[in-house]
Design a protein around this ligand. Structure first.
Ligand SMILES: *Cc1c(COP(=O)(O)O)cnc(C)c1O
Length: 368
């Protein structure tokens, strides 16, 4: 790994050396027993990570493709769907649903806030039964994490037949998301976040209820069609050419996670997130504060509000000059905050480094 650069954006995240080397192997035939063994190894470990017995589907795609796949495989144009957005990525999920002709009941919260379970229960009572609820687990744009367990309870208590589709691209593998226990019909994640491999894979878990919905779904689709994937599932192959190098990387990265254990990985993310928050409290008098609701802070990314008079662009530029790459703000709040990614291959010293170098904030202020 390049030790000079401390890449602290919430994806793509740094790739550990072991994984970097693993992906440099020669290609293999994707219609061979060697590939099937690789795929079987990966799928087994992903099921442990998703805490599920559900089927796993891996696409060569960025995370957004996985979101689209969840919509086009289970829904039909005109279906009533409750969409909950708490930021930039929630908005994207809503847009996908709308573009495919979903009758969307779109609820939103101000950036930094989340939906509580009883608010979702109230919304369902008010609007009546829906085919599905779509929601973001960890909102990467704001550093707020929806309480998916409570939301799931509200959804399934109101109507066990409603699907729960969850964007956990920046959550899974860094925060708890026990898919079976929380009755998540489709959980979507991406390779470049907590999984510590380069961008290029979208990974979904598909529940029996989601498969049932798939049988009835009339949405146009081809590349994303779950049915094509199902045909190859028993052989542990994919319908189209898989991203073989990324499979090498994913096999190695999931080995690393299994060695540390899922529990260990989640505990490390919690520790690193707590350290980040502690630093921000220490930096309060110097102009930094938490952007998101303190009761629903993300363990994978922290959004940091800056006091008036501090130029965020300049701050990011001066941090980059010191080798620390931070995430910018997003959407209409871009100039109010920045983000520190702490998911995947991250440890306490990475955060200590960020805040040592953030000492430049004092000089930024005096310039204004
Ligand atoms: C990163 C991310 C995505 C997917 O983004 P891609 O650029 O398509 O990989 C989707 N949702 C959330 C919450 C994310 O953090």
């Amino acid at each position: 790994m390049d030790q000079q650069i401390n890449l602290r954006v919430p994806g793509p995240t740094p790739v550990p050396d072991r994984v970097l080397h693993a992906q440099c192997r020669q290609m293999i035939n994707h219609r061979s027993p060697e590939f099937s063994a690789l795929m079987q190894s990966i799928t087994g470990k992903l099921k442990t990570l998703f805490q599920t017995q559900n089927d796993i589907i891996i696409y060569p795609s960025s995370g957004t493709g996985g979101l689209e796949a969840s919509v086009v495989n289970t829904l039909s144009p005109g279906d009533r769907v409750l969409g909950l957005t708490i930021g930039y990525f929630g908005d994207r999920y809503m847009e996908i649903a709308k573009e495919f002709g979903i009758d969307l009941i779109r609820l939103e919260k101000p950036w930094g806030q989340v939906f509580e379970g009883d608010e979702v229960a109230d919304a369902l009572r008010k609007h009546g039964p829906v085919k599905a609820v779509i929601v973001t687990h960890n909102e990467t744009s704001t550093g707020a994490t929806n309480p998916i367990r409570d939301i799931s309870r509200a959804v399934k208590e109101y109507n066990p037949e409603s699907l729960l589709l969850v964007d956990s691209v920046s959550g899974l593998g860094s925060m708890p998301l026990p898919v079976d226990e929380w009755q998540i019909d489709i959980a979507v994640t991406g390779s470049q976040k907590a999984l510590m491999i380069p961008p290029g894979l979208a990974i979904l878990s598909v529940s029996p209820l989601a498969w049932q919905a798939h049988e009835q779904s009339k949405m146009p689709r081809h590349y994303w069609d779950f049915s094509s994937y199902r045909k190859y599932m028993d052989k542990h192959q994919t319908p189209y050419t898989p991203a073989v190098s990324l499979y090498y990387a994913l096999d190695e990265a999931t080995d690393m996670i299994m060695e540390e254990t899922l529990e260990g990985v989640l505990a490390r993310h919690r520790r690193v997130a707590n350290l980040t928050r502690q630093y921000i409290r220490e930096y309060e008098s110097r102009g930094l504060s938490l952007f998101a609701d303190p009761d629903h802070l993300s363990d994978s990314v922290t959004a940091v509000r800056v006091a008036d008079g501090i130029d965020v662009k300049q701050l990011l530029k001066e941090m980059k000059a010191q080798g620390v790459i931070l995430g910018s703000g997003q959407g209409k709040h871009t100039s109010e905050y920045f983000r520190i990614g702490h998911l995947g291959w991250v440890h306490e010293p990475d955060i200590v480094d960020v805040f040592e170098k953030l000492a430049i904030i004092d000089s930024l202020k005096s310039k204004v």
